[in-house]
Design a binder for this molecule. Sequence first.
Ligand code: FES
Length: 102
Amino acid sequence: MPKFMKVATTDELEDQQAKLVEVEGQKIALFRVGEAFYALSDTCTHRGGPLSEGTVEGAEVTCPWHGARFDIKSGAVLGPPAGREVRSYSVRVAGADVEIEV
Ligand code: FES
């Protein structure tokens, strides 16, 4: 059964910032865009680059290794060389806690 797990508090991330979190053995990149939080698999679908170390612009993240771009909200590919989307996780904010569904 999927469940929501606390991974951070809202004050840990500034707008346009990302953070690597590990939940149940999964590496997940947590992003803040404005007041909203989103989570993608940290592992780029091209060669496994760490998306939590990528450059965030608006709701896009650019992989630090070869520059693939992904939609932070959906995980969709926005630019090569990645050929397929990264997994997106549901996020909810409960009080000051940021929780990811895993
Ligand atoms: S590993 Fe991300 S673009 Fe190559």
